[in-house]
Design a protein around this ligand. Structure first.
Ligand code: HEC
Length: 144
């Protein structure tokens, strides 16, 4: 490599380096995108994040009127303070009659109840026995 080629090579390197620096400055601010995640549209995707396999899970209490009654009791005990006695929502806690909640499969709902959406104010119900979560799912589906 002679001196002239070397200086051209160095020039190309410094231009490429400069562009890389500018490029990284132009990329979106991670704090900005984090703020975006906390808006309502982000929150509405919580059920949508259920893994695909949950769609195949069957509610062992499906179509059992007793399960709907038991689920309603559990709802009054654990959920009504935030979602309202008729599950129509209060403040940030959603109206559970909304089509996108009702479109969720029983398995997706059970998964969501187990995980919650803690940063949005929806607790995790992993502490309840699984049977009770399915009963609550039966009740939610009966609102339809
Ligand atoms: C401490 C208050 C609180 C309690 C108690 C609570 N929730 Fe929630 N729940 C929330 C909030 C807040 C959201 C998110 C609302 C939003 O979209 O901004 C939510 C969301 C939901 C959703 C919608 C899922 C989604 O994609 O956002 C369902 C379904 C739900 N709750 C069911 C229940 C059930 C069933 C119970 C009782 C076992 C319960 N919740 C108890 C506050 C609560």
């Amino acid at each position: 490599m002679n001196r002239q080629t070397l200086s051209k090579f160095l020039l190309v390197c410094s231009i490429a380096f400069g562009m890389a620096v500018l490029g990284s400055e132009a990329s979106p601010n991670p704090n900005g995108s984090h703020e975006h995640e906390t808006d309502d549209r982000g929150v509405l995707q919580a059920i949508a994040q259920a893994p695909a396999k949950t769609r195949e899970w069957k509610n062992p209490y499906e179509d059992q009127p007793d399960a709907v009654l038991a689920g309603k009791k559990l709802f009054m005990q654990h959920c009504a303070e935030c979602h309202g006695a008729h599950a129509r929502g209060i403040g940030r806690a959603l109206n559970l009659h909304l089509p996108y909640v009702q479109r969720a499969t029983p398995g997706e709902l059970e998964w969501f109840l187990r995980n919650g959406n803690v940063w949005a104010g929806m607790p995790s119900w992993s502490g309840l026995p699984e049977q009770r979560r399915w009963q609550i799912v039966s009740y939610l589906k009966s609102l339809h």
